[in-house]
Design a protein around this ligand. Sequence first.
Ligand code: HEM
Ligand SMILES: *[C@@H]1O[C@H](CO)[C@@H](O)[C@H](O)[C@H]1NC(C)=O
Ligand SMILES: *[C@@H]1O[C@H](CO)[C@@H](O)[C@H](O)[C@H]1NC(C)=O
Ligand SMILES: *[C@@H]1O[C@H](CO)[C@@H](O)[C@H](O)[C@H]1NC(C)=O
Ligand SMILES: *[C@@H]1O[C@H](CO)[C@@H](O)[C@H](O)[C@H]1NC(C)=O
Ligand SMILES: *[C@@H]1O[C@H](CO)[C@@H](O)[C@H](O)[C@H]1NC(C)=O
Length: 332
Amino acid sequence: MTSGGSRLPIWQMLGLVLFVVMLASERTDANYLTTDFYDQSCPQALSIVQRKVDEFIEADRGLAGALLRLHFHDCFVRGCDGSVLVNSTEDSLAEKDALLNKGSLRGFEEIDAIKMELECACPGVVSCADILALVARDATAKVGGYGWPVFLGRIDGAGSVGEEVNGSLPERTDNYTTLVANFARRGLDAKDMVILSGSHTIGVAHCGAFFERLYNFEGTNKTDPSMDASLATFLKKRCPIDKPFGLMALGGTNGTFDTDYYQNLLTKRGLLESDVTLTSDPYGLEIVTKAVEDPSWFLTEFGISMIKMGFIEGTHPYGWRKHCAVIEPREK
Ligand code: HEM
Ligand SMILES: *[C@@H]1O[C@H](CO)[C@@H](O)[C@H](O)[C@H]1NC(C)=O
Ligand SMILES: *[C@@H]1O[C@H](CO)[C@@H](O)[C@H](O)[C@H]1NC(C)=O
Ligand SMILES: *[C@@H]1O[C@H](CO)[C@@H](O)[C@H](O)[C@H]1NC(C)=O
Ligand SMILES: *[C@@H]1O[C@H](CO)[C@@H](O)[C@H](O)[C@H]1NC(C)=O
Ligand SMILES: *[C@@H]1O[C@H](CO)[C@@H](O)[C@H](O)[C@H]1NC(C)=O
């Protein structure tokens, strides 16, 4: 068992194992992934990643959200292929420098440091895409979430195209229907969407990400009436209109992976429009309510949906990379 997975109570582990067996037998995309992929080629890979993630988060707890988010932004553009880590070149804008990511995604130096250690231990073996999948699990478990078995063997992609980020990633102003449709394009259902949004129980948003709700709701110069009034007052103080780059915690218990995010949604204290919209739909509301009533159900479901997300297959498989930020020309 992986050390992250061992934080899961046994009865939930059984449910997970059943799900995983079902997934492995039914899925067609990326069904070559296995949990033991590096057992022979790099037996220490998983413990190296976990040790580094522990170190980074012990030094800065706020990194957990950043590290979890990278896997999501990777998987939703060209599949889980490490493309989010690639640097722009003189003549091409990479995903990380596209508008939706630039100045917002963090954790690249930490991924590079992990990759470097893996290259020392087992040169040429572990893919950047797999590092992101492992890091997402270990970061979640480190700040209070449950671990889950991580399926491995992803192939790093051939490129990273900034223009593809628009239209691929969900946007903070998307409504419930649009969010469900976006996730459906990757084989993820409405439940996965609501459960994975639970990531916003950790991490931060820039003030500008919810300025419309504070200062110009639907172009009216008013505050979104669906926002709790005391929260609006608080946010206006913390996020004055001339300071869009200030940071605000997304969840309620700053930095712990729990269900306070969903609790906030039920009490009109959600931050982003895409958060608030989850309770606008009866099914979304049902999932949110269930998560609040049964946190351990949410923590288990989160792992299941993360496994599903991690199966989104890369569309441009290429091969292994020495530096996650650079796609080396192929020899021969
Ligand atoms: C449902 C659609 C989603 C939308 C529209 C969305 C949007 C956003 C936005 C606007 C931010 C703030 C960025 C900033 O201001 O710099 C954010 C932060 C974050 N998102 Fe999402 N997100 C979504 C789903 C997800 C999913 C599926 C995950 C992970 C599985 C995730 C993980 C995070 C995390 C952890 C942060 C905090 C990042 C940090 O602290 O650096 N989000 N998201
Ligand atoms: C949340 O935690 C981070 C890191 O521990 C800290 O820098 C930040 O000021 C905290 N934010 C709030 C709103 O408490
Ligand atoms: C994406 O869309 C935004 C606005 O919709 C635009 O400003 C930006 O240039 C587009 N492309 C990239 C690569 O960010
Ligand atoms: C959701 O957004 C889409 C695209 O902007 C729009 O066409 C649709 O009418 C919206 N749905 C609801 C229920 O507001
Ligand atoms: C919003 O406020 C600004 C500045 O106070 C004003 O110029 C603008 O006309 C207002 N817009 C609306 C729709 O009330
Ligand atoms: C990628 O870009 C970052 C930021 O500009 C830089 O620090 C890093 O060295 C680059 N990585 C490589 C391998 O060139």
